[in-house]
Design a protein around this ligand. Structure first.
Ligand SMILES: Cc1cc2nc3c(=O)[nH]c(=O)nc-3n(C[C@H](O)[C@H](O)[C@H](O)COP(=O)(O)OP(=O)(O)OC[C@H]3O[C@@H](n4cnc5c(N)ncnc54)[C@H](O)[C@@H]3O)c2cc1C
Length: 520
């Protein structure tokens, strides 16, 4: 089945029986669980969107082998035009959720595209593994399956390696091999969207210590594989929230779970790295994701920052505070930050070039710089919304109050904004602002933005260590050379382009400074 509709996605989800626990209760039918109703509707809409006649040409491409329409997120970027087409698709689906959901189907679709490209690398350990990686990509692409993923071991004791933990199977590792496959035990923290997914992809991240090959296992399993359990966190959007009172959290609560592997058998045809000697080196060298993951993340970030910036300016206007100088200064600052990020995002695409394997990528230092600046910008936008909203959040009567005929005249009189902003408009606006800047939903989103791609401290330190500093050092050398060399200025480029051909992105694991890793 090629690119699917929302109905086809929901029908398949209904046929699965994963072990999902919520507040001590095993969820009998994910599609009938009230707390999941909002997000499930949204994910179904994501699938519908790609076949909507208005968007189908942006969101799908025609398979060169079967002639069927496939989700654009799976398309390899062999030309700059394909890179642009893909970015537009990612933006459309990110704009649908205002960037409030991080792990919509596009994220993992883009990730496993890299398994196709990296199949020969996985094949270094065993030819079958390269084939498995490639065939998995083809299967999820051709069936448009929704994948969640787990990368990180639970913290437990971060000062120790996996094998040094109190129990050798706290972190997920291989217990044994059988004729059918490998048996794995342990846990991985945080599988976002697990209750809504059909497949789980497991890839270790964060650097595996020498001697810990048993923990270097990469594989996929159906979400309802025996022994695999997901324990949900407490919902940030409990069932029954209305769109009036919670315009974002009622639709976009993506749920996070810890994944527990209670002796899970992974069949050989789903193993990509099996924990044999040499697995650690390979996993630390190659994460295997496609570089377009950076574009998915960028599209989501931009969509959410545009919404946050819009909310800040709207609430300032609604209560007539936008004439105050300090308010204008704060809003001007937000707009300049947003424009800086937009320029980075589109500028990195304008400077795109092909990798040695022919895959077109945006200018990688630019898209990474964009990535590193989105979390501080998100935090500042939330802070400004809080400063400007002050107590306004707390006299925003609920939808039920608006429906009460006796209350309504008082609400209309006292809860309105500046002239021209009626009570309902003002209240809806502040409820929107509360969802992103006050509610648990917004706090979880901020934590997501800070950490979704790894530890920002080590990522930023890794960027410093890996950066090409030759150009900035040349400027220092010229300054030190004094007036003798003052006319020795390099000619500025006519066209902005990369100084050197781009190289494949390191796995983020490889970006953490080596010295920050525990070792055995
Ligand atoms: C909302 C949310 C959703 C997520 N969804 C997913 C998902 O779907 N799939 C998935 O795989 N992951 C997911 N993640 C996990 C994410 O990848 C991790 O949170 C991230 O990699 C950071 O790891 P950690 O949380 O274990 O923090 P740690 O890496 O343990 O860091 C915690 C703190 O300790 C410090 N620290 C720890 N170790 C070191 C060290 N060696 N050197 C220096 N400082 C150190 C860090 O700087 C940080 O301040 C999600 C995270 C969040 C917040």
């Amino acid at each position: 089945m090629p690119a699917r509709t929302g109905r086809q996605y929901l029908d398949n989800l209904k046929s699965l029986n994963p072990e999902i626990y919520l507040n001590g209760r095993r969820i009998a039918h994910v599609t009938e669980e009230p707390v999941f109703a909002g997000p499930l509707r949204t994910i179904a809409e994501q699938y519908d969107l790609q076949l909507d006649p208005r968007y189908v040409d942006v969101c799908t491409y025609v398979s060169p082998t079967t002639g069927e329409r496939l989700s654009r997120s799976f398309q390899p970027c062999r030309t700059k035009e394909e890179l642009v087409a893909k970015r537009r698709h990612f933006q459309l689906r990110a704009d649908h959720t205002f960037g409030m959901m991080g792990r919509t189907p596009d994220f993992m679709n883009a990730f496993v595209l890299g398994w196709n490209t990296n199949a020969p690398v996985f094949g270094e350990l065993d030819e079958r593994f390269g084939e498995n990686a490639r065939r998995y990509y083809e299967r999820v692409r051709d069936n448009d399956l929704f994948m969640t993923h787990v990368l990180i071991n639970p913290a437990i004791d971060r000062s120790k390696t996996s094998s040094q933990q109190e129990d050798p199977f706290l972190h997920l590792g291989k217990v044994r091999e059988t004729d059918e496959g490998i048996v794995v035990r342990g846990a991985k923290m945080l599988s976002t969207m697990a209750p809504f997914a059909e497949e789980l992809v497991v890839v270790p991240f964060g650097g595996i210590a020498p001697g810990d090959d048993d923990y270097a296992v990469v594989f996929t399993v159906p979400i309802d594989t025996p022994g695999l359990k997901f324990i949900c966190r407490e919902p940030v959007a409990p069932a029954g929230r209305t769109e009036f009172d919670h315009p974002l959290s009622s639709r976009f609560e993506e749920m996070d779970c810890i994944a527990v592997f209670d002796d899970v058998l992974v069949p050989w045809d789903r193993v990509v790295v099996d924990g044999r000697p040499g697995s650690r080196d390979l996993v630390n060298r190659v994460l295997g994701s496609d570089p377009s993951v950076l574009v998915v993340n960028g599209a989501r970030s931009l969509a959410s920052l545009e919404l946050l910036c819009g909310i800040a300016t709207k609430i300032a206007d609604a209560t007539g505070i936008d004439n105050f100088l300090h308010v204008q200064e704060k809003l001007g600052d937000l707009i300049s930050r947003l424009d800086t990020l937009r320029t980075l995002f589109y500028g990195a695409e304008a400077m795109a070039a092909p990798l040695p394997d022919g895959t077109w990528v945006p200018y990688l230092p630019g898209i990474m710089a964009f990535h590193m600046q989105t979390a501080p910008t998100h935090r500042r936008m939330v802070e400004v919304i809080q400063i400007l909203a002050a107590g306004n959040f707390f006299y925003a009567p609920s939808g039920g109050d608006f429906a009460n005929e006796e209350l309504r005249p008082f609400i209309d009189r006292f809860v309105r904004g500046r002239p021209g902003v009626p009570a309902e408009e003002r209240v809806r606006l502040f409820k929107l602002a509360w969802d992103v800047a006050g509610d648990g939903f917004g706090q979880r989103l901020m934590q997501y933005v800070n950490y979704y791609s790894g530890d920002p401290v080590r990522l930023t330190a890794g960027l410093y260590l890996g950066a090409d500093k030759s150009e900035i050092h040349r400027a220092v050398e010229r300054a030190l050379a004094g007036s003798d060399r003052s006319l020795d200025i390099p000619l500025p480029p006519e066209v902005l382009e990369m100084a050197a051909p781009p190289q494949p992105t390191k796995p983020l694991t490889g970006m953490y400074p080596a010295k920050s890793q525990p070792s055995s």
